[in-house]
Structures are given as structure tokens and as C-alpha cells.
Design a binder for this molecule. Structure first.
Ligand code: NAP
Length: 257
């Protein structure tokens, strides 16, 4: 039995992933629904997982070693709701990303919201070092977001000029990247990090919410935090807090002054 308990804002059982998986996934999709209508400039959700001692990766050097089974379900629910997954190339390489495929449980919801059957993928890179045919293999579109200082013409040759967006001069500025995605109609934006991309996203002030899973683990080691790099300060308030098997799942909304 993997019971999901809502602790905040009110206490109730959301469902059980073993005894009523479909209904529980739909209840999670309701809890994590994007605002409706989605703002024209897009809504940016970050989804990350951490150990209790704040590590974004454990002994394997990947997020799997700080994740947990319910986190994987919540992760897929968030993908099921998004128009586009925005990710840094380091994560795409380390986690061997592939373009998302349509999932039966979100088909009705996506059709009702005029969304593509699966979220698009937007990979942030200057190097273009993405030796992953799987990034471009699925039915959903994949784009490359880079900066003017990169070798843009080489990237256009490699990936196709229609796939390459330039958002920033020296490095990719997350705020500009989000504006470009929103202009393409990809307004429900889900960033899955990694830490190098999430740092400037926080600093840019362009994040709207953070979905943070805490696995009941401590891993010590030298793994990064979920965001690093540029300094930034966002104040957030809790939207909801869920618990399952000792893992906590928080949805935090950025407070605008
Ligand atoms: N716990 C979690 O929730 C979680 C989430 C995601 C990732 N991770 C873990 O984090 C690790 C990867 O971390 P990372 O910091 O290397 O990941 P990352 O942010 O995904 O990737 C860094 C790379 O992305 C590109 N990039 C990121 N921001 C950029 C910007 N503003 N402008 C231009 N390019 C930019 C660059 O790619 P190029 O080098 O190609 O130019 C850079 O080297 C992996 O071990 C992964 O498993 C954990």
C-alpha cells in the first residue's frame, strides 16, 4: 500500500497508488494543475528531488539515487500536464533524456486543454554536445536553446535551423528562453533543472513555483544542491504538502511583491 496523504492545506487521503492507481494519478493531476487560464507570458514550474541533507544526486551521480517510487509518479504527472520540459544539457546527458511519449492517463486532459499529446522538450546548451538520438526520436518536438556566443550556425547545421532558439548573449537567460517558449504557445513550462540551469532561473526571478520532493534519505557526499551558481532570492509560500512512505512532496508558489 502506498497511500498519499495531503498534509497541507487540509489533511485528507488523496489515494493509494497500489489499490487505486488511476484515480490517484488523476487526483495528483488535479493537485498539480497549472493555473487556468495560463498567463500569456507562461507559467514556470520547477520540479526537483532532494535528499534530506540537500543533495540533488547521491552515490550514482544521478537523481535516481535521491529519488523514491512516489517521486517517479509525481514526476510523470507533472510531465503529463506540461506543454514543454525545459532542461539543461548536463541533465539530458546524465539522465539520458528522450523525447516524451504520450501517456494514456493524460490524453483526455491534454485534448481538453488543446495540448499536444506529449510535452515538447527544450534543451539548453552552448556546446551542442548531445549525443542522444533519443532526444529527437519521439512524436513531440524537441528544440535547442542556446546563446549568441555559442557557435549558432554549427548548432543550426547539426540540429536544423528551425529547432534552434537563441535566448541571451553570453549564456542563455532563462527569462528570455521562457518568453520564446511562451511565444510558441508553450506556456505550461516545466523545468527539471539541473542545478546549473535552475540557479540562473531563480536569479532571473522568472520562476513561478517550485515542486520539491524530499526523499527520507541522507547521502552526504559531494552532490550539488538543486540550484547553484548565481545568487538569487525568491520568497515562496506553501501551496500543498503531500506525504507517502515518509517522502514529502511540496508545491511552493513564488510570492510576488
Ligand atoms: N535532483 C534533481 O531533481 C535533479 C534534477 C536535474 C538534474 N539532476 C542532476 O544534476 C546533474 C547535472 O547537473 P548540471 O548542473 O550539470 O545540469 P544542467 O543545468 O542540466 O546542465 C548544465 C549544462 O547545461 C547547459 N546550460 C545550463 N544552463 C545554461 C545557461 N544558462 N546557458 C547556457 N548553457 C546552459 C550547459 O550545457 P553545455 O555544456 O552543453 O553547453 C551546461 O554545461 C546530473 O547528475 C543530474 O542527475 C538532479
Amino acid at each position: 500500500m502506498t497511500q498519499l496523504n495531503l498534509l497541507l492545506p487540509d489533511a485528507r487521503v488523496v489515494g493509494d497508488l497500489e489499490e487505486g492507481r488511476d484515480a490517484t494519478v488523476q487526483a495528483l493531476a488535479d493537485l498539480y494543475a497549472y493555473p487556468s487560464p495560463v498567463p500569456a507570458q507562461g507559467w514556470v514550474r520547477a520540479n526537483v528531488v532532494s535528499s534530506l541533507d540537500g543533495a540533488a544526486t547521491g552515490p550514482s551521480g544521478r537523481s535516481a539515487s535521491v529519488s523514491n517510487p512516489t517521486d517517479r509518479v509525481v514526476f510523470s504527472v507533472m510531465r503529463g500536464l506540461a506543454d514543454v520540459i525545459l532542461v539543461g544539457a548536463g541533465t539530458a546527458r546524465a539522465e539520458r533524456y528522450r523525447s516524451a511519449s504520450p501517456k494514456r492517463e493524460f490524453a483526455e486532459r491534454r485534448a481538453a486543454s488543446d495540448q499536444l499529446p506529449a510535452p515538447a522538450l527544450a534543451v539548453v546548451t552552448r556546446s551542442g554536445h548531445l549525443p542522444l538520438p533519443s532526444l529527437f526520436a519521439g512524436p513531440a518536438p524537441t528544440c535547442i536553446i542556446t546563446s549568441a556566443s555559442a557557435n549558432v550556425s554549427a548548432l543550426r547545421n547539426k540540429f536544423g535551423s528551425e529547432r534552434v532558439l537563441v535566448a541571451g548573449d553570453e549564456v542563455v537567460e532563462p527569462g528570455l528562453a521562457v518568453l520564446q517558449l511562451a511565444a510558441l504557445g508553450l506556456r505550461r513550462i516545466l523545468t527539471e533543472g539541473g542545478p546549473t540551469l535552475l540557479g540562473p532561473t531563480v536569479a532571473s526571478g522568472r520562476l513561478d513555483e517550485l515542486c520539491l520532493s524530499w526523499s527520507p534519505l541522507m547521502v552526504a557526499g559531494t552532490g550539488p544542491r538543486v540550484a547553484h551558481g548565481l545568487d538569487g532570492q525568491l520568497r515562496l509560500r506553501p501551496g500543498h504538502l503531500l506525504e507517502a512512505d515518509g517522502a514529502l512532496f511540496g508545491r511552493w508558489l513564488v510570492q510576488r511583491s
